[in-house]
Design a protein around this ligand. Structure first.
Ligand code: UD1
Ligand code: CA
Length: 456
């Protein structure tokens, strides 16, 4: 059966004070509208229609990879007018679910609950009871509790304004009736707009039942009109994610101080200290510990690894039982095998490091292939860039690189070699031997420190 989803997203969002259209502002790293679309797609709709207007094609362009029918509404004459624009594009029959692009936290579960109420002769409204219903459309019921209409705040009488059950705007309507009702809306009201909410009275007039699903989790219906509301929803969303993580057994030092902007997959006995940010796809295997103030973006951390505080990791794999940081930077293309130690102020980029190797202090490892049981001394640098091209450094198993070595790539250090401290390595270092480049140490006999000249 046809299931249409209409997402209203033409509003400007004046109070965001931004050139970016409101629905593209990000919540948990994803545009608000993306949250609505992704939740709706879980219902496997036959058609998704999004109504855009302000910001022009920037809104559709942000969702190029989705199969969505974009409908432009210009000018914007109200929610009913917005739905009117979609009518020629809807799949016939079945149900149409109407969502708002600026109400990003509504869950697929709630959408399903609404859809389970709606059928050919019944339409379903998502409502919520608010302590302060100011500004919202009120749900008007008769003495028996039957829904009669929705009255917008600006059109409501004092008595109606006392009603605290309000319209969230989200509804599921039999498509066949929706088309007829919406085509016959008028704009004879306080705002001179075509109100979608007027279809409720039309349904009641025709003897159809209108039923409400009353939200208990009021946050699902919260809309965003300002940066302050966006921040409020961000906190609610992050708190929900933190709760879900803890329910799966993740230990969080403080559920109020974690931000997940993507997908965080966790194993058993994972511990996350305060102020960590997880972006994109992050996987933390069993017994992983993340220290305070770390940022991980598209990273796999394998079992038992420890990320110490203040580390930044991106597009990388951290092998099991490895120890990273504190203060380490792991850049894209880094793949560390098991039990690798990367210490403070070490930067690793596009490099593979095999098991049990260590770079514990102050080093730059870029475009390098490093074997197992290698020790990289403090201050070591791979000179991978000649100003035009990048070259690889290869360090084989069991190598010892003395402190303050520069490895001028392309260059190879053969298995078991030792490189003396301070070496500038420009040619291959042979297997098992000590290689070093160093000016001979001299001592000048009888040398004296200069003395300060007496002032004239
Ligand atoms: C609407 C409802 C109100 C409900 C409230 C919940 C109507 C007439 N009123 O009021 O009952 O309590 O939402 O927040 O429906 N939009 C368009 N094109 C337009 C107008 C709006 O796409 O021409 C979009 C907006 O971008 C927004 C949504 O529809 O996402 C709601 O519009 P908004 O102006 O916020 O509606 P309200 O007047 O708040
Ligand atoms: Ca609104």
């Amino acid at each position: 059966m046809a299931l249409n989803v209409i997402i209203l997203a033409a509003g400007q969002g004046k109070r965001m004070y931004s050139v970016l259209p409101k629905v593209l502002h990000r919540l948990a790293g994803k545009p608000m509208l993306g949250h609505v679309i992704d939740a709706a797609l879980k219902l496997q709709p036959t058609k998704v229609c999004a109504v855009y207007g302000h910001g022009g094609s920037t809104v559709p362009n942000a969702f190029e990879n989705y199969v969505i029918t974009w409908v432009k509404q210009e000018p914007q004459l109200g929610t009913g007018h917005a739905v009117m624009q979609t009518l020629p594009h809807l799949d016939e029959g079945g149900t149409t679910l109407i969502l708002y692009g600026d109400v990003p936290l509504v869950t697929a579960e709630t959408m399903r609950a609404l859809l389970s109420i709606a059928n050919q002769d019944k339409f379903a409204l998502l409502t919520v009871k608010l302590e302060d219903p100011t500004g919202y459309g009120r749900i008007v019921r008769d003495n028996s509790g039957k829904i009669l209409s929705i009255v917008e705040h600006k059109d409501a009488t004092e008595a109606q304004r006392a009603i605290n059950e309000v319209n969230t705007g989200i509804m599921a309507v039999p498509t066949e009736h929706l088309a007829r009702w919406v085509s016959n809306l008028s704009n004879n009201n306080a705002q001179g707009e075509y109100y979608l909410t007027d279809i409720v009275a039309k349904a009641v007039d025709e003897g159809l039942a209108v039923e409400a699903h009353i939200l208990t989790r009021a946050w699902e219906s919260l809309g965003v009109n300002s940066k302050s509301q966006l921040a409020e929803l961000e906190r609610i969303h992050q708190r929900n994610i933190a709760e879900a993580l803890m329910e799966k057994g993740v230990a969080l030092a403080d559920p109020a101080r974690i931000d997940v902007r993507g997908n965080l997959v966790t194993g058993r006995d994972v511990f996350i200290d305060v102020n960590c940010i997880f972006e994109g796809e992050v996987a933390l295997a069993d017994h992983v510990t993340i220290g305070a103030n770390c940022v991980l973006k598209n990273v796999k951390v394998q079992a038992g690894a420890r990320i110490e505080p203040f580390c930044h990791l991106e597009d990388a794999v951290i092998g099991s039982t490895s120890r990273i940081g504190p203060y380490a930077r792991i850049r894209p293309g880094t793949i560390l095998a098991e039990d690798v130690h990367i210490g403070n102020f070490v930067e690793v980029k596009n490099s593979q490091i095999a098991a049990h190797s260590k770079a514990n202090h102050l080093a730059y490892i870029g475009d390098a292939t490093i074997g197992s049981n290698v020790n990289i001394g403090a201050g070591t640098i791979t000179c991978n860039y000649d100003g035009a091209n990048k070259y690889r450094t290869v360090i084989e198993d069991d190598v010892f690189i003395g402190s303050d070595t520069q490895l001028v790539a392309p260059v190879t250090v053969k298995r078991g070699a030792t490189i003396g401290a301070g070496t500038t390595l420009t040619m291959e270092a042979p297997e098992g031997q000590l290689t070093l480049s160093r000016a001979k140490q001299v001592t000048i006999n009888g040398w004296m420190r200069p003395l300060k000249k007496p002032k004239a």
